[in-house]
Design a protein around this ligand. Structure first.
Ligand SMILES: O=C(O)CCC(=O)C(=O)O
Ligand SMILES: [Fe+2]
Length: 579
């Protein structure tokens, strides 16, 4: 081990031995303590021999862990950082519990008492269990229970008190025409007498297509199903009358911020009738192609028809929710439905017997919905934000707090930009509205993620502040005169001389290029003939950008091309945006 007499010596806290570089000290420390880098995240305390391992550990566990280990040079900084950790934890826990799908079961009225909607008759059939509190009429919707679990939503037998109003549905009649014959009709659940009509419906369905690369394609290895287009059939089924759209709206478009003076709701538009039949009826994992810029979700209504298999599996950020509508008991006498955000991956597992008949609807965000605001004060994220804002240690120097949206949006498409924030989904809407209701100035913006060399900081170079903002410099990339005091010279065992920014001068947060607003996809040939300039590129992308130091509360999960750079040169660069 090299010892050093330099003034910038690194001293071992245990034995007092000095080292020329922090790297030498790090190699020496395990002699005394095999695990010298402890994670500061509350109740974690895991120890690592090397700092890099600690960093890997934090990255694996999320932003709150990363923030908990940001070096703080003063007590005030440490107190403030503790608040960031709390906030990041809260956002993460909201995200883990956020609803991305909701569903329910509605019993069918008996064939001889065809009443639409409500009946005073108490029933013990056709009711499902769910963990959430959202209720509409007598439907109890099914929402997600916990993170990282496969939550198969199974109907449970529940004793309904005799005086409860039960939402029931009339048997569902489908009428359709074909080129060969007009006026076909079948009613589900299907009686023996109606069976031939049901068989006719199966025959009259066309093979279902799906969207791939902007085109409608037919590929039975990916999707094997029959369909009737909305123009080819009609039905007495009305999801509004049964409260399904109300329930879906409560779960998927909650309204919180009175300050925006706008409530948002959902509108459903019938799209297709589909039949997935055994053997091998299925739809492999996909996300739905949005049918309009306002589309936020899809609704699938499973009509009473007995089948096995065909579970609808939904996935969002590592969580999975399964809607299982199979089985004779459930399938024969009930309407079963699921509404979900259409950016969530989903699939229909193979149908192993019978026919799974569904009506699918597109769900669109509406403005000025006839629904009430939730009082911001009753939402724990808002309460926490408020108390953090009032905390004396918080935000002394001013800051930009960043939140990466958990759902995907077509946010670089000109017409879709106008639909935000109305089309924000789930936890994104909650976070937006809580910040809006607090004293933060909230903007929806994009960030350009610039690919760059390890020792070059393109973001900083946009502002010509290279020397102030890079954390590391190589020997060749010596900080220019006047900025040496911000850095310290380090002899790295393998890299040689490097300059590292002193802890107290390290920037807090990520320095990023941000648009002041949402920006449509741009094409640029900036720097095509000259040497590439990041500033030129960012200016082509959006005239109004700023370079901000952002303290992120979570990690990004989506990216979308925001700028296509046409310069063909050695310096060609790909730019992506993260929302
Ligand atoms: O039938 C289902 O459960 C889902 C169908 C679906 O994913 C679609 O039509 O895009
Ligand atoms: Fe789909």
């Amino acid at each position: 081990m090299a010892t050093s007499s330099q003034s910038t010596a690194y001293t071992c806290a245990t034995c007092g031995q000095n080292f020329a570089t922090p790297y030498d000290l790090e190699c020496h420390e395990p002699v005394h303590s095999p695990s010298s880098h402890k994670c500061n995240y509350p109740d974690c305390g895991m120890a690592f021999t090397y700092r890099e391992r600690l960093e890997d550990h934090c990255k694996g566990l999320g932003q709150a862990h990363v923030l908990a280990n940001v070096p703080s040079s003063t007590l005030a900084e440490a107190a403030e950082n503790k608040i960031f950790v709390e906030l990041a934890n809260l956002v993460e826990s909201k995200n883990k519990r956020s609803v991305f799908a909701v569903g329910g079961v509605i019993p069918i009225t008996s064939l001889d008492s065809r009443l639409i909607c409500e009946t005073d008759e108490a029933r013990s059939d056709g009711h499902s269990s769910g963990d959430d509190t959202i209720m509409a009429q007598s439907q109890k919707p099914q929402t997600l229970k916990s993170a990282s679990t496969v939550d198969t939503v199974k109907k449970q037998e529940v004793d309904i008190p005799a005086d409860v109003h039960i939402m029931c549905c009339d048997p569902v009649t489908i009428r359709w025409d074909t080129d060969d014959h007009n006026g076909c009709k079948v009613t589900l659940p299907c009686t023996d007498a109606d069976r031939p009509n049901f068989e006719q419906l199966l025959k009259d369905c066309q093979p279902a297509t799906f969207g791939r690369g902007g085109q409608d394609v037919m590929d039975e290895s990916y999707r094997k199903a029959g369909k009737l287009d909305v123009t080819a059939f009609c039905s007495n089924f009305n999801p509004y009358a049964l409260g399904i759209i109300d329930t879906a709206a409560q779960a998927l478009t909650p309204n919180l911020a009175q300050q925006t003076n706008q409530t948002h709701g959902l509108r459903a538009e019938l799209y297709k009738l589909n039949v997935y039949s055994s053997p091998s009826g299925r739809f492999k994992p996909h996300v739905d192609t949005p049918r309009s810029k306002h589309q936020v979700g899809s609704l699938v209504v499973c009509l009473p028809s007995t089948h096995e298999g065909g579970q609808l599996v939904l996935r969002h950020q590592g969580r999975e929710q399964v809607f299982d509508w199979s089985g004779d008991k459930k399938g024969r006498n009930a309407i079963q439905w699921a509404a979900f955000y259409s950016d969530c991956e989903h699939e229909v597992l193979e149908v192993t017997s019978g026919h799974r008949v569904t009506l699918t609807y597109n769900l669109y965000a509406t403005c000025w919905a006839n629904s009430a605001w939730i009082d911001a004060g009753s939402v724990d994220l808002y309460q926490k934000l408020k108390s953090l804002l009032e905390h004396p240690a918080f935000c002394k120097k001013g800051l930009t707090l960043g939140y990466h949206c958990a759902h995907a949006y077509p946010h670089t498409e000109e017409s879709a930009i106008k639909t935000l924030p109305a089309t924000l989904k789930g936890v994104d809407k909650l976070v937006y509205e809580c910040f809006f209701a607090s004293t933060f100035k909230v903007t929806l913006g994009q960030m350009l993620d610039l690919e760059y060399d390890e020792y070059e900081d393109p973001v900083a170079s946009i502002l010509d502040i290279n020397t102030k903002h890079s954390d590391h410099y190589t020997k060749e990339n010596h900080p220019p005169e006047g900025f040496e005091d911000v850095f310290e010279r380090i002899e790295h065992p393998s890299w040689g001389t490097v300059w590292e920014r002193k802890a107290e001068n390290r920037r807090q947060g990520d320095l990023v290029v941000m648009a002041d607003d949402l920006v449509p996809l741009q094409f640029s040939d900036a720097g095509m003939y000259d040497s590439l300039s990041y500033r030129e590129i960012a200016e082509e992308w959006t005239g109004d950008f700023n370079v901000a130091c952002v303290k992120w509360l979570n990690e990004p999960s989506h990216s979308q091309p925001a700028l296509l750079h046409g310069a063909v040169s050695m310096d060609e660069i790909q730019l992506w945006t993260l929302c």
